[in-house]
Ligand binder design. Structure first.
Ligand SMILES: [Fe+2]
Length: 203
């Protein structure tokens, strides 16, 4: 098959439309949701998690709507991540976090609304980029990454990454989480603190 024939099989151009506050993506090809019951072991305060779980296991934490045409090298996957506000104990709501299976695959996150942190880690080194509307954060290859909502409203980000990246959640699980937690500070803002469950660099 020639290069032009291969490209022709990728289909026609497509437009999608994002709601920057609601976070929905009209024209998306997929959607998934994570609820409180799906996030067992993610938050450091197990007692606070158990209390909230007893109250409302179906509480929505985040959803993702994305556009995927192909999952092969050269294509892109993009979409929205919508993380609801709130805390589990002192720890702000966050996504599970992952590293890309293909280590050199990168990603960008463009904050559309809300206030968050893109928490990244590699080999025990930590980076936290504050997300406010307009921020475009770049995730270099090999870095674990998760988003955290430190604001009062939904955190809506638009992400884009190579379609063959793959997502590996296991390094964070094996290490007892990431090295730092994003928690509420004494003045009502946010701060990074050591994760007491952390057992060492995972990626
Ligand atoms: Fe990613």
């Amino acid at each position: 098959m020639s290069a032009s024939e291969r490209i022709a099989t990728w289909g026609a151009p497509a437009a999608t439309v994002v709601d920057p506050v609601g976070g929905t993506l009209a024209g998306a090809t997929g959607r998934y949701e994570k609820r409180l019951a799906d996030l067992q072991g993610v938050f450091a305060d197990a007692d606070a998690y158990a209390r909230l779980l007893a109250e409302d296991p179906d509480r929505l934490h985040y959803f993702v709507e994305d556009f995927r045409r192909e999952e092969r090298a050269g294509d892109l996957i993009f979409g929205t991540s919508v993380l609801l506000p709130g805390k589990v104990g002192r720890e702000f709501h966050m996504t599970r976090g992952h590293v890309h299976q293909l280590e050199d695959r990168t990603e960008i996150y463009h904050c559309l609304s809300g206030h968050g942190i893109l928490l990244m880690e590699r080999g025990g080194e930590v980076e936290a980029i504050e997300l406010t509307p307009g921020t475009i954060a770049y995730v270099a290859g090999g870095w674990l990454h998760r988003s955290v909502n430190v604001g009062a409203d939904q955190l809506v980000t638009l992400f884009c990454y190579p379609a063959d990246s793959g997502q590996d959640y296991s390094p964070i699980e094996r290490a007892g989480g990431m090295a730092r937690l994003v928690v509420e500070s004494a003045d009502g803002g946010w701060e990074l603190v050591e994760n007491p469950r952390y057992t060492g660099p995972a990626a």
